[in-house]
Design a protein around this ligand. Structure first.
Ligand code: ATP
Ligand code: MG
Length: 140
């Protein structure tokens, strides 16, 4: 498997409850390296652009409001098969369906306030990383 990068967000429900360190420990415990990280307050425009793919969904407004309700931590994770591996570590979108040992099982409050985002493919990862990081901020 190839060395890959994926984009991660520690969402407002998690930063608010001081779960950044716990989530980072789970990420690193799974063998993924955090090669870039910053805590930001997302703007409405950034959140709308980031989740543009969900624009037509009934939960879009709620999702954008949630993502700007408190600071988030944006990250680039690197490792063998990082995209799929992080999706595995995150667990199912709805914490009620998430497997034991996953971040969402351990931390998420609901299907909306589900603690983390992870890219769903290598192509989307590249686009998402470029939305929040410049090349010299990522040190592998
Ligand atoms: P993410 O893209 O954040 O990593 P995901 O890929 O597991 O999550 P998506 O289907 O892409 O899930 O949905 C994006 C986000 O929209 C979810 O993580 C969640 O915060 C929110 N969301 C999804 N479905 C619902 C829903 N039915 N009600 C409220 N919010 C939802
Ligand atoms: Mg998604």
């Amino acid at each position: 498997m190839a060395l890959e990068r994926t984009f991660s967000i520690i969402k407002p429900d998690a930063t608010e409850r001081n779960l950044t360190g716990k989530i980072n420990a789970m990420i690193e415990g799974a063998g993924l390296r955090i090669v870039a990280q910053k805590r930001i307050q997302m703007t409405r425009a950034q959140a709308e652009a980031f989740y543009a793919v969900h624009k037509a969904r009934p939960f879009f407004g709620e999702l954008v409001d949630f993502m700007i309700s408190a600071p988030v931590v944006v990250q680039v994770l690197q490792g063998e098969g990082a995209v799929a591996k992080y999706r595995e570590v995150m667990g199912a979108t709805n914490p009620a369906d998430a497997a034991e040992g996953t971040i969402r099982k351990a931390c998420a409050k609901s299907i909306g306030e589900n603690s983390v985002h992870g890219s769903d493919a290598a192509e989307t990862a590249a686009v998402e990383i470029a939305q929040f990081f410049s090349g010299n901020e990522i040190v592998g």
